[in-house]
Design a protein around this ligand. Structure first.
Ligand code: KIV
Ligand code: ZN
Length: 389
């Protein structure tokens, strides 16, 4: 695989917006799309045009304003869906139609009551319909994670032959383990004769908390597009989180992969999406959680204050987060306490800190977290050997 560029396909406005309570109006979608372009994503999946007149309009409006990124519309392998996607994308500089169908035995039987051969024909037909509107066609093999590899390879070969330029291999139910998903991508790389004519895309859901790991396994095996959302929003337990994938690729740059994303925008983007979609981010969320750069245990704080790299592999500046925090709790140590006093202008000797530490622990056991006001009160009540105040 020659190029190490990993295309970032953002589906916050489509898969992310499917989440109950996350519904966005047209203006909100437009504003987020503009910010996603600014962030540096390569493809914006703007919506599912056939799903509602509102979504059709949003995809159309987004298509008019996005200059650099590809704008993508979702459809089923159904002619009227593809027609709606093609129409909604008609103003886009770089339009992409994303069409596809379920390929696992379960989907073929339970959803379509069809045979593998019938599904294969419908897949080919969908790509041919899409070609009337654009040459950039992405095909998704829904539930590829549970699709037998031999059949999946047949479908992928056939849709590429019909004109698909990107083949999306979704782990729709978040079922796969990273090595299984990686092997699936490697199987396609090695067994689909025309695979060099398309980009393989990873679309992983997070039902077992493995979406990021699976996507990275897919990239290592040969995929060059990752479908993801800001804050990992998406159906059920969500999609692959954009910020995690981008930072894994950046942190492990020796693997030879890179993205176009401006990492300093990750935290502002996360906040914007969280506020607009009214979906709070869990504090311990990687990269963008409020605790991602907080240190609260004594051992960690002591190491961090000696050299931040002992407990931080990313700097907050690199991802646009507020500076690292030393949080004082009953688990904190003396060096953290001295550091926080110093920040407030109180310089104490080691002996002073020993005494003050006991006072601090009493407050910490009562309050969980000890803030600046508590520290100031402790300092005020302690007179004897203050050097500087
Ligand atoms: O999870 C999935 O399979 C999807 C497809 C529609 C791409 O979201
Ligand atoms: Zn999905």
């Amino acid at each position: 695989m020659a190029d190490g560029k990993v295309h970032i396909f953002d589906t916050t406005l489509r898969d992310g917006e499917q989440v109950p309570g996350c519904k966005l109006n047209a203006n909100e979608k437009l504003e987020l799309a503009l910010q996603l372009e600014e962030l540096g994503v390569d493809i914006i999946e703007a919506g599912f045009p056939i799903s509602s007149p509102g979504d059709f309009k949003s995809v159309e409006e987004i298509s008019k304003v996005i200059k650099e990124a590809t704008v993508c519309g979702l459809s089923r392998a159904v002619e009227k869906d593809i027609e709606a996607a093609g129409e909604a994308l008609k103003y886009a500089k770089r339009p992409r139609i994303h069409t596809g169908i379920g390929t696992s035995d379960l989907h073929i039987k339970a959803k379509f009551n069809a045979t593998q051969d019938e599904i294969l024909e419908r897949a080919i037909q969908a790509v041919k319909w899409a070609r009337k509107y654009t040459s950039d066609i992405e095909f998704y093999a829904e539930d590829a994670g549970r699709t037998e590899n031999g059949y999946l390879a047949r479908v992928v070969e056939a849709v590429i032959k019909a004109g698909a330029t990107v083949v999306n291999i979704p782990d729709t139910t978040g079922y796969c383990l990273p090595h299984q998903y990686g092997e699936k991508i490697a199987y396609l790389v090695n067994n689909v004769p025309n695979i060099d004519k398309a980009i393989i895309s990873c679309h992983c859901h997070n039902d077992l908390g493995l979406a990021t790991a699976n996507s990275i396994a897919g990239v290592i095996a040969g995929a060059r597009q990752v479908e993801c959302t800001i804050n990992g929003l998406g159906e059920r337990a969500g999609n692959t989180s954009l910020e995690e994938v981008v930072m894994v690729i950046k942190q492990h740059s020796y693997m030879g992969f890179h993205t176009n994303v401006k990492t300093q925008m990750l935290n502002p983007m996360s906040r914007l999406v969280s506020d607009t979609m009214r979906m709070p981010v869990q504090p311990n969320k990687a990269i963008v959680g409020s605790n991602a750069f907080s240190h609260s245990s004594g051992i960690h704080q002591d190491g961090f204050l000696k050299d931040s790299q002992t407990y931080e592999i990313i700097t907050p500046e690199e991802v646009g987060a507020d500076s690292s925090k030393i949080v004082l709790t009953a688990r904190s140590g003396r060096s953290a306490l001295a550091y926080r006093f110093r920040k407030l202008g109180f310089e104490y000797t080691r002996n002073d800190i020993d005494v003050l530490y006991n006072e601090f622990l009493k407050v910490a056991d009562r309050n969980k977290e000890v803030g600046d006001e508590d520290l100031a009160a402790i300092a005020k009540a302690y007179q004897p050997t203050v050097l500087v105040a």
